[in-house]
Design a protein around this ligand. Structure first.
Ligand code: ACM
Length: 664
């Protein structure tokens, strides 16, 4: 890890120290346009962290003019020079200049900036974020805030999942009855597309067909083969469009036409995931249609329908994109595939000739620590990805859900279509935030604690071994308010205070994490059924109306104390007496936590953290036997409801290292 601007995220391709003094803190950067000048560039300069009364320093922008909209394969390379007397951004395009300004933003962390030359370009042209705005509505303001932050981390595709079983958020002119009470207006979507383009971000819209369509069918029951009452529950639904009806195919064609009118991007996403077979396989008219068209099974019927929708999208001059279930022999290779089911879906798509975006390892709703995601470069060989998936089952932080995660390994057995003469192209990757447990109040916490690490993976490639990712993410976290106005710690504090937590329990809040993977969403009963391979019960702890206002909703995925604790444990292990003292103080604080200073559901986690404090003091004092302490830690590492004690795996690791003197 370089010592020069170590906290840039993404790390740039190349940087070199320049002779000369640093750019002082608090200067006022005054734009000068040596190449293209546009409202877009002026606005981007105006968004730089401001020091309006500081001494002026020229900010020279020298780039070629770009069209109104960004596109795949735009040249995003740039060259940024920072010196005391001037800052210069040179690029072939405005898109490259915007990326250079993003790097400059990150250099402005409140201190002097060392004189530096940065030359940079992305590894992948598609670096996306999918937001599920169906399960919970996200206001335009939340989306604009997200675009601002995406730009700071050089993400360049916002994929909006606009419809699902619970809601339909797109304002159709022809079928206005589809729109849920909370939906976007046309002018709001126009403004969003414009704001995105001004930041070099494409907006790719998705209408998910033919499954995940309960909301369509509550408005238009005649588009399905059975009645579908409105649903607020989560999980795969049986309701799906009946593709054998001409009216359904015509409606879908019209809707994608309307979508294309609003969203100018080259890609339109047709969904295609998780189609439940029940309705199609139990309907006589559907069976007759399949026989007539020589469709052997419901998978063939879905493929037939996907090809119809893909043709309608192609007729609009756009590229169809679907989740990896769309893969089927005979699917036109012009359909791009978003791989989400495990390590092997990507290569199935590529080998069959489809361009591909990887999302499987980047599901932010699984509440996994950032370093877990960062182990999966989008272009790593499949065998390495499988090995990484296997390794997750041995990660002590994920032990409580390992059996559930192992269930997904069955996706490796899914057969792909035959190999095409030419493989497809790996376009890049997309992080996904499914929003069953995400509303506007917790959105930022779910995104920005970890997404910068993924943005780096997509822009720069794999992180180097030994990379201090956690520390760099903590640095990002503390700079976010300056760069984006998003303050994750203030949001955390406000959220837990509103949930009734008193300051005496702040050390508890700092030590807690939500359970991982689908632990919260499934709940204990459904999770146990999934692990046992049984049909999962439909009843779940959450539906779309459950308030997301408990402490667990606001907690970051990695506990707030993790970074500090890791540094203290490392220093203590290296014999640092002061660190040992600080560690002791932390343990004493835990051991002395009051019984009650917040909601009932935290009483048990508080008891467990007190015990953890006692155990740690016992080890530090040499009172407790290491084997007994290890056993105690194992018990304390189990979930308490939806909560985990985040320090336990760190302490277990530290304890194991103490037991093995001489090993490193
Ligand atoms: C998906 O996660 N159902 C694409």
């Amino acid at each position: 890890m370089t010592a020069l601007l170590p906290n840039l995220m993404p790390q740039p391709a190349r940087r070199a120290a320049l002779d000369g003094p640093p750019l002082p803190a608090g200067v006022r950067l005054v734009p000068r346009f040596d190449g293209a000048r546009s409202a877009r560039l002026e606005a981007a300069c105006a968004r730089l962290p401001a020091a309006p009364s500081g001494p002026p320093v020229p900010l020279v922008l020298d780039c070629g003019a770009s069209p109104a909209l960004p596109a795949l394969d735009d040249d995003e390379s740039y060259r940024l020079t920072i010196a005391a007397e001037a800052v210069t951004v040179r690029a072939a395009t405005e898109w490259g200049a915007l990326r250079g300004l993003a790097t400059l933003t990150q250099c402005l962390d409140g201190g002097p900036v060392p004189a530096v030359l940065i030359e940079d370009r992305p590894r992948f042209p598609w670096r996306g974020l999918m937001l599920d705005v169906a399960r919970h509505f996200l206001s335009p303001a939340a989306l604009h805030r997200t675009l601002d932050a995406m730009a700071v981390f050089k993400l360049n595709v916002l994929h909006l999942h606009l419809s699902d079983d619970q809601a339909f958020r797109f304002p159709s002119a022809r079928f206005p009855e589809l729109a849920s009470p909370a939906h976007y207006r046309r002018d709001e979507l126009d403004a969003l597309v414009r704001a995105a383009a001004d930041r070099g971000i494409r907006v790719v819209p998705e209408l998910d067909v033919p499954g995940h369509a309960t909301a369509w069918l509550t408005a238009r029951p005649e588009w399905g083969s059975r009645p579908a009452p409105p649903s607020r529950r989560f999980g795969v639904h049986q309701a799906c469009l009946d593709p054998t009806r001409p009216a359904v195919r015509e409606a879908v064609r019209v809707l994608f036409g309307e979508l294309a009118d609003v969203f100018p991007d080259a890609c339109l996403h047709l969904g295609g995931d998780e189609v439940h077979p029940a309705w199609w396989s139990e309907d006589e008219a559907v069976a007759a249609f399949m026989a007539e068209h020589g469709l052997a099974d419901v998978a063939a019927l879905q493929a037939w329908f996907t090809a119809e929708v893909a043709a309608a999208i192609a007729a609009l001059g756009r590229v169809p994109l679907g989740w990896d279930e769309v893969l089927h022999p005979g699917l036109p290779t012009s359909v791009a595939v978003q791989a989400w089911r495990g390590a092997t879906a990507r290569d199935r798509a590529l080998l069959a000739g489809h361009d591909c975006i990887v999302s499987a390892p980047y599901y932010l709703d699984l509440m996994l620590p950032a370093d877990v995601h960062a182990r999966f470069p989008p272009d790593a060989p499949e065998a390495e990805l499988i090995e990484q998936e296997n390794a997750l089952l041995r990660d002590p932080r994920l032990a409580h859900v390992a059996a559930g995660m192992a269930w997904t390994h069955q996706w490796r057995e899914v057969a792909g279509p035959p190999a095409a003469p030419r493989p497809g192209r790996l376009l890049g990757a997309e992080a996904c935030l499914w929003a069953e447990l995400v509303d506007e109040a917790v959105l930022d916490q779910r995104l920005w604690g970890r997404l910068p690490a993924l943005a780096e993976l997509f822009w720069s490639g794999a992180v180097a071994a030994g990379d201090p990712l956690r520390a760099r993410l903590d640095a990002v976290r503390s700079n976010l308010p300056r760069w984006t106005g998003i303050d994750l710690d203030a949001a955390l504090r406000a959220g837990v205070e509103a949930a009734g937590v008193e300051p005496a329990w702040w050390p508890l809040v700092e030590a807690l994490e939500p359970v991982k993977w689908y632990g919260r969403l499934l709940g204990e009963t459904a999770l146990a059924a999934r692990i046992a391979g049984r049909e999962m019960p439909q009843s779940r702890p959450y539906d779309a109306d459950t308030p997301l206002n408990r402490v667990v909703d606001h907690l970051p995925c990695e506990c707030r104390v993790a970074g500090r604790l890791r540094r203290l444990l490392d220093a203590e292990a290296a014999g640092d007496r002061q660190a040992a003292g600080t560690l002791r103080a932390l343990a004493e604080g835990w051991a002395a936590l009051p019984d009650r200073a917040g909601p009932d559901e935290l009483a048990e986690p508080a008891r467990a953290l007190r015990r953890l404090g006692d155990e740690l003091l016992g080890v530090l004092d040499g009172r407790s036997d290491a084997a007994a302490a290890g056993q105690a830690l194992a018990a304390l590492g189990r979930p308490r409801g939806e909560y985990l004690l985040g320090p336990v795996p760190l302490l277990a690791d530290w304890l194991a290292r103490r037991e093995l003197p001489g090993e490193s």
